[in-house]
Design a protein around this ligand. Sequence first.
Ligand SMILES: [Zn+2]
Length: 350
Amino acid sequence: MDIWLTVFGPTTHGETARQVAAGIRRAGANGLIFFTSLYHGYRLIQRRYPDKAIYSLEADRVFYRPDPTAYRESSVKPERSLDAADTDCVADLSRACRAEGIAFSALVPMCAGERVVQARPDLAVTNLYGSQDRLFMCYNNPDVRAYRRAMVRDIVGRYDVDALMLDKIPQTMLEQHAFSGMFDPPLRTVGSFCFCRHCRAEARKRGLDLSEVQARAREIADRSVRMPPHIVAALGDQLLGDTEIPLLMLEEPLIRRMLEFRFETAIDFTREIGKVARTARPKIVFQAAFVPPTHIGHDMTSPRAWLTVLTPAGKWRLKPAGHSTKPAIIRPRLERACMIRNSLPRCSIG
Ligand SMILES: [Zn+2]
């Protein structure tokens, strides 16, 4: 059995890379997933390190020494960590893991990047109201793709990594709890859609009119926004998306098609990144963290469980198929919702 532990950048204060690798072995794990950068400045309580017990992560600063030539064709350039300015964590830890017999996976956030997207709002997800997101970038934006391709080429081409984790590839990216109340699942779903010009052009090629989707998304969002917030809050524990989103997809074929479009283009994006990584390191293992529209999705306020697709044989297994078979991740939930729908009173909101 493979047991992977994660390290969020330079958060093993005072320990050498060898000590970290030995500690992973002693803990009974056989793999390390290392965050080569963090997309959000999470605050951590680090009980293991009393002298750094409260530590805020740097956002979008890389914990390795980037090769500038790799980013020549990217309009976004990586910036190094200030906290670990003289340390190449990827070099040190990948070497130490190799010596210890621990697999090393480099995690690269794909679509989330708080500092990058605020400096470059043209890369951002543009929501149904025309507002640009301050955390998520659009994976259909060619500049986002060029930046992440360059980053993967730089890391996989120069460091001895066994695996690559592509993190934060969202179908939905909104958190459950916003500053002024909860997003209920339909609002969280339609509020996550991107209507930027790149998405519009790509959707048009695939026979989907995003203006039509936007108009319908607005009607669905309006129903949610009209709901008194204390009602949504009172039902908060139940509004996880498991039942609401499959029902929404049954009732709203256009929304289902939009989710499929997002999943298809996410697969195209990951395939593009995979090709770059495989060219540099043919036997690399891929791990990709997708964010479906249910309660296991991303929450900006804290890291949460994700849905990972793994290719242990080094082959990229995701394949877009006909409409009837995709998205494969959502399908079991849809079937479950059908069963629930047959046995319970209707419980969707709005
Ligand atoms: Zn977009």
